[in-house]
Design a protein around this ligand. Structure first.
Ligand SMILES: *[C@@H]1O[C@H](CO)[C@@H](O)[C@H](O)[C@H]1NC(C)=O
Ligand SMILES: *[C@@H]1O[C@H](CO)[C@@H](O)[C@H](O)[C@H]1NC(C)=O
Ligand SMILES: *[C@@H]1O[C@H](CO)[C@@H](O)[C@H](O)[C@H]1NC(C)=O
Ligand SMILES: *[C@@H]1O[C@H](CO)[C@@H](O)[C@H](O)[C@H]1NC(C)=O
Ligand SMILES: *[C@@H]1O[C@H](CO)[C@@H](O)[C@H](O)[C@H]1NC(C)=O
Ligand SMILES: *[C@@H]1O[C@H](CO)[C@@H](O)[C@H](O)[C@H]1NC(C)=O
Ligand SMILES: *[C@@H]1O[C@H](CO)[C@@H](O)[C@H](O)[C@H]1NC(C)=O
Length: 715
């Protein structure tokens, strides 16, 4: 009896084990199928194939997703034809047709394979590719069918976007209809092979975005600096044209997809935080929107307005304000009496409509061919490598030209203008004017130097006078004794703060004027001259939301900065104090925030030299009599750290809790680091809680963690 029980036990044990084996298998054969609820898992457990419902639970789709990230579906079979119950079955019929059947054995989706084999097997590979093959054959050549040939909205590493020219198969991406509806949406991303390959994003049949034409190495731009995340391959030969990417570092999970709102994004999975990080998203800026500027116009993102007419063209139909300006020839071309070409640089070449190509001609041959052909409007090299060769000639309007943001990665375009255009050529004129100015100023400098040398021999002081005139206003130099008297010999009673760079004292000058004196800790490692230069630079920064620098004092090892005095102290004094916080109404807080934003904008963008604050925090925001906010300690990082716009610095200047992660960890700082601190500090103003020292039951160690935790929970 007991042994019979044991027998049953073993029977059930092996029975369940075998079910488990089937469930965890990665293959389907004519006798082994999966039904709704069961899945295939690829051998290294990267991908899962099974049934899912992204939105309406009554609609079942067959799809492939990451085992680790079940909500990210990378491929869907029956996109426009959901099964309405949970009875779907995926199996193989007729010697090699992979089919999805519903309850009544109707074919919902089929791989439509035409080749028949004896032992068909469908297998989910670790790349996310579902392949159908003969069990006895090996190699991708022998696949009867593969899901990589029929992408949904996602391009996985190794997948091709483009054409198999022998079979005429086009692989392209089609967006989902919405984030929870996998049926075919309006947006597609496809590789077009008219004249030369270009990648487009379409809305229906309307072009939304275009990469530049294939130039022998890449799409549209001179290949930029390599990246360390993925390798892009573009192949263009008589058999195939495609684009593909491959992750260098295999465990990195990455993909490119077209979103239901029409953006193509490259995403990388961040294990830490479990989120998708957007590496890039097209279209990025306004100039990437197809045909943003009218025909024969050029789009430059860092100009205002962003659209300009090409040289030789002027805005037409200006009286009509409602339609976009068109660019028309300023003077008609005259093929007979000779035209010439103007070279434009740093561009994305125009779209290849009415364009012809000869890929063996040199640039000279291209020019003379274009010159002879009266309909040829512009020409360019078609291949950039090896100094450039090949000839593209445009005969219609020039559409969708942009100035590349990184001009050195742009290409050259030669546009036809009438010979008469020479005179009105703006650039040439500008060059002449600049040259004239240079020559004249050169002469002036020469004579003033002569004059100086002459005068120096007469009176030694000349050079210093010249220098003083150049440095129009130097900051006032105080005597150490004056400051010592004003601050009562730096007495403890006068101490009003201790910033990151040294203690701050309140002082009263003999004139009765109140000042704040910052006594810098003497490890700035700078000589007197260097320090004076920096202080002069900082003193030139003047803005109503910056604390004014009145002067400095350099004597021996002593380095002092004298600022205007702010009677209302710093912001932290108010916001973190329960009683005083009541003084700051929402209106006041808003005005304070606006003031800081203006001051920061000035430091980052509007002042002559860009200043990264690097230690923005509530205690560095001072309030004047009317509670106007003023940023203090700006520019001090220049004295203590590096001066580069974006750089790595040995010395991290800043306050933990306010520092952006890349600055705190790597010491890499940029204006973005300041914006990060600004954000922390916004949260503090709004919540009245300190970022560090904030504790709550959910064990987030700071306010930032608490807020981002809550944000993630609420979306
Ligand atoms: C199965 O699919 C066919 C064809 O789409 C349809 O007519 C039929 O109603 C479906 N059966 C069930 C049970 O959904
Ligand atoms: C298979 O063929 C049918 C009928 O021609 C078609 O409707 C369906 O879209 C095809 N399936 C695939 C995956 O191409
Ligand atoms: C493929 O064929 C081999 C040899 O006949 C067999 O052992 C194996 O089980 C088959 N695989 C599948 C998935 O049918
Ligand atoms: C796409 O086209 C549709 C209809 O043609 C239009 O309503 C929609 O605004 C377009 N979307 C974009 C992003 O251009
Ligand atoms: C601009 O492009 C050139 C040439 O492709 C490249 O060497 C350079 O690193 C790029 N500069 C920036 C800032 O991306
Ligand atoms: C402006 O031009 C467009 C297209 O040419 C036309 O449809 C529109 O009526 C014009 N508007 C005015 C105010 O003339
Ligand atoms: C391309 O240009 C070369 C040199 O001018 C010429 O020999 C060749 O026939 C041209 N090829 C085509 C396809 O026009």
């Amino acid at each position: 009896m007991w042994s019979l029980n044991l027998l049953f036990f073993f029977f059930f044990f092996f029975f369940f084990l075998s079910i488990e084996l089937i469930l965890a298998a990665d293959t389907i054969t004519p006798t082994r199928f999966i039904r709704d609820g069961q899945t295939l898992v690829s051998s290294s457990e990267n991908f899962v194939l099974g049934f899912f419902s992204p939105g309406n639970p009554a609609k079942r789709y067959l799809g492939i997703w990451y085992k680790k990230i079940p909500e990210t579906v990378v491929w869907v079979a029956n996109r426009n034809n959901p099964i309405t119950d949970r009875q779907g079955v995926l199996t193989i019929i007729n010697y090699g047709n992979l089919v999805l059947l519903n309850n009544t054995k109707s074919i919902i989706w089929s791989s439509n394979t035409t080749r028949k084999v004896e032992n068909p097997v469908a297998q989910l590979l670790d790349s996310g590719n579902l392949v159908l093959k003969d069990n006895f054959s090996t190699g991708s050549e022998s696949y009867l069918w593969q899901s990589f040939d029929y992408p949904s909205d996602t391009l996985l590493p190794g997948m091709k976007l483009g054409w198999d020219l022998k079979t005429g198969l086009e692989r392209y991406l089609t967006s989902w209809k919405s984030s929870d509806d996998p049926s075919y949406g309006d947006f597609t991303c496809r590789l077009d092979i008219h004249v030369l390959p270009q990648i487009f994003i379409y809305n229906g049949s309307t072009k939304l975005f275009r990469s530049g034409p294939w130039n022998g190495v890449s799409f549209g731009v001179v290949p930029g600096s390599p990246n360390f995340l993925y390798d892009r391959t573009s192949v263009y030969d008589k058999n195939e044209i495609y684009y593909r990417f491959e992750s260098y570092n295999n465990p990195v999970i990455m993909l490119a997809k077209i979103t239901h709102s029409g953006f193509v994004r490259r995403l990388i999975w961040k294990e830490r935080g479990s989120i998708w990080d957007v590496v890039f998203s097209e279209p990025t800026d306004l100039c990437e929107h197809y045909g943003k500027c009218s025909a024969n116009g050029v789009c430059s993102f860092n100009k205002a307005p962003i659209c300009e007419c090409l040289q030789g063209f002027i805005p037409g139909s200006q009286q009509n304000q409602t339609s976009p300006t068109t660019c028309v020839r300023s003077s008609p071309l005259d093929c007979r009496s000779g035209d010439r070409f103007i070279k434009l640089t740093g561009l994305k070449l125009p779209d290849l409509v009415e364009t012809s190509l000869n890929d063996t001609m040199s640039l000279q041959e291209c020019e003379s061919k274009c010159l002879k052909d009266c309909s040829c409007k512009a020409y360019a090299n078609s291949i950039v490598s090896g100094g450039g060769r090949g000839c593209l000639m445009w005969s219609g309007d020039l559409i969708d030209i942009r100035k590349q943001v990184n001009e050195s990665s742009g290409l050259d375009l030669y546009i036809r203008v009438p010979a008469s255009e020479q005179v009105s050529d703006l650039n040439e004129n500008r060059k002449k004017i600049i040259l004239a100015v240079l020559v004249i100023s050169g002469i002036l400098i020469f004579f003033s130097l002569l004059f100086c040398i002459w005068k120096k021999t007469m009176k030694k002081a000349c050079l210093t006078t010249v220098q003083d005139n150049k440095e129009d206003v130097d900051v006032h130099l105080f005597d150490l004794s004056t400051i010592a008297t004003a601050t009562n010999n730096f007495s403890r009673e006068n101490l009003i703060g201790a910033g990151g760079f040294g203690p701050v004292y309140k002082g009263t000058l003999s004139t009765g004027e109140e000042v704040a004196v910052k006594r810098l800790s003497n490890n700035s490692g700078q000589g007197a001259e260097e320090f004076r230069n920096e202080v002069n630079l900082i003193a030139k920064l003047q803005h109503r939301n910056l604390v004014g620098l009145l002067g400095s004092c350099i004597q021996g090892e002593e380095r002092l900065l004298i600022y205007e005095y702010m009677p209302n102290k710093s912001l932290d004094y108010f916001i973190f104090d329960q009683k005083k916080a009541g003084l700051l109404t929402w209106r006041r807080r808003f005005d304070i925030i606006m003031g800081i934003a203006r001051g920061l904008l000035y430091l980052h963008q509007d002042s002559k030299l860009q200043i990264i604050h690097r230690d923005l925090k509530a205690s560095n925001i001072l309030l004047d009599n009317d509670l106007n906010s003023k940023i203090s300690d700006f520019g001090l990082a220049r004295i203590f750290g590096g001066t580069d716009k974006e750089a790595k610095t040995k010395r991290v200047v800043g306050t933990y809790g306010y520092m952006s992660p890349e600055y705190a960890i790597d010491g890499t700082f940029s204006i973005k680091s300041d914006i990060f601190s600004f954000g922390v500090f916004l949260l503090e103003i709004l919540s009245g809680k300190k970022n560090r020292g904030f504790s709550n039951p959910a064990h987030h160690h700071n306010l930032l963690g608490h807020v981002s935790g809550n944000l993630i929970c609420s979306i």
